[in-house]
Design a protein around this ligand. Structure first.
Ligand SMILES: [Zn+2]
Length: 357
């Protein structure tokens, strides 16, 4: 399957967290956390449409100024999503500068906070000196955060002594064109394929698609032979959380079956007491959560600088637990219960799936 999301950690694993996800077909990009981003080129920054901030500790948020500086003179709409308090944090950042020369600028920032049952929103426009404009709240189902034609972003709130959001971005559907069928029918690829995919996504069976040879055929007829409809790609992003039953359950639910899980590993497991005190995960704990969630791949990052030069130890510890070569559930009862609960959830889902099909 050709991947639509192209994820890239902006910094090395010992530096600030920031995950850049380019959207291959849309041409824009998402950013998860906004620590130092000086390694991100201006071109990359200018493609951003959504920035999801887990929490506003400095190492996750100090890149805001740099991003603002780059986008200020541009005709852009940028949406920031995060936990309650983000609107005040951004208002405070913006209040730190003088905006008497931006009346002709068109940059607009929308800020979305995930609260229990709703999204609380505000808007800041360069043209008005970034005065805060409240927007109406949106009542939202649990976990919902961003919803677009091409992807959606779900979230869950973890405990880092403050609320810390974890995210999952999911491609809506992955529509593959069967090149063997194209070749067999001597059809040249072109803009009509994008129109066909658009019609399939919109469920518009009757849309007529104009082929390069002049024929016009209903989308549903073309799609039957030409388009393979697959589950979209899914990537989850989890940082700064303590390994406890509530957080564990939430991470497993969010990251269930994702293609790729980016998870923090602040400490090695030998220092797990300290990880607990500081509300962070160890590499082994991240490996366990990824395995129990059924993630296909795990990438750990956000290592404490105290272990500089030991990146390999983090990867080895996380992957050993992820592959089941070590099993954390054999050491603690609540961990075993979490693993059991995840297995029975998985069984229920499979039974429900069988009943539907
Ligand atoms: Zn952090």
């Amino acid at each position: 399957m050709k991947s639509s999301f192209r994820p890239m950690l902006v910094n090395g694993p010992f530096q600030d967290p920031a995950l850049y996800v380019a959207l291959r077909w849309q041409g824009d990009a998402l950013l998860f956390d906004l620590g130092r981003i000086d390694r991100l080129s201006p071109g990359h920054c200018l493609r951003l449409s959504y920035v999801c901030v887990s929490h506003t500790h400095m190492d996750h948020f100090m890149g805001f100024d740099q991003l603002l500086r780059l986008t200020l003179p541009r005709d852009r709409e940028l949406t920031f999503c995060g936990p309650p308090g983000l609107i005040d944090n951004i208002r405070g950042k913006l209040a730190g500068y003088t905006w008497n020369l931006t009346a002709s600028y068109t940059l607009a920032l929308t800020v979305v906070e995930r609260h229990d049952d709703r999204l609380v929103r505000a808007r800041f426009r360069a043209s008005t000196g970034f005065a805060s404009e409240p927007l109406p709240d949106v009542v939202a189902p649990p976990h919902a955060l961003v919803d677009t034609d091409a992807f959606h972003i779900a979230t869950t709130t973890l405990d880092h002594r403050i609320p810390c959001l974890a995210f999952r971005v999911s491609e809506r559907r992955h529509l593959n064109v069967r090149t063997d069928v194209l070749a067999a029918r001597a059809l040249r690829p072109g803009a009509w394929l994008a129109a066909l995919k658009h019609a399939v996504r919109a469920g518009d069976d009757h849309a007529r698609i104009a082929l390069p040879n002049g024929e016009s055929i209903p989308a549903s007829v073309l799609a039957r032979d030409l388009i393979q409809d697959q589950r979209g790609q899914q990537i989850a992003y989890v940082v700064d959380t303590r390994f406890d039953p509530d957080n564990g359950r939430r991470v497993v639910e969010l990251a269930r079956d994702v293609d790729l899980l980016y998870a923090e590993a602040r400490f090695l497991d030998v220092d797990r007491d300290e990880a607990e005190k500081r509300h962070h995960l160890t590499a082994r704990q991240s490996g366990f959560l990824a395995r129990v969630a059924g993630a296909r791949r795990l990438e750990v990052f956000h290592f404490s600088p105290r272990y500089q030069g030991m990146a390999q130890a983090f990867h080895a510890e996380a992957q050993a637990e992820f592959r089941g070569e070590t099993r954390l559930e054999e050491t603690e009862s609540w961990v075993a219960e979490l693993a059991d609960a995840a297995r029975s959830d998985e069984r229920d889902r499979r039974v429900a799936g069988d009943a539907r099909s």
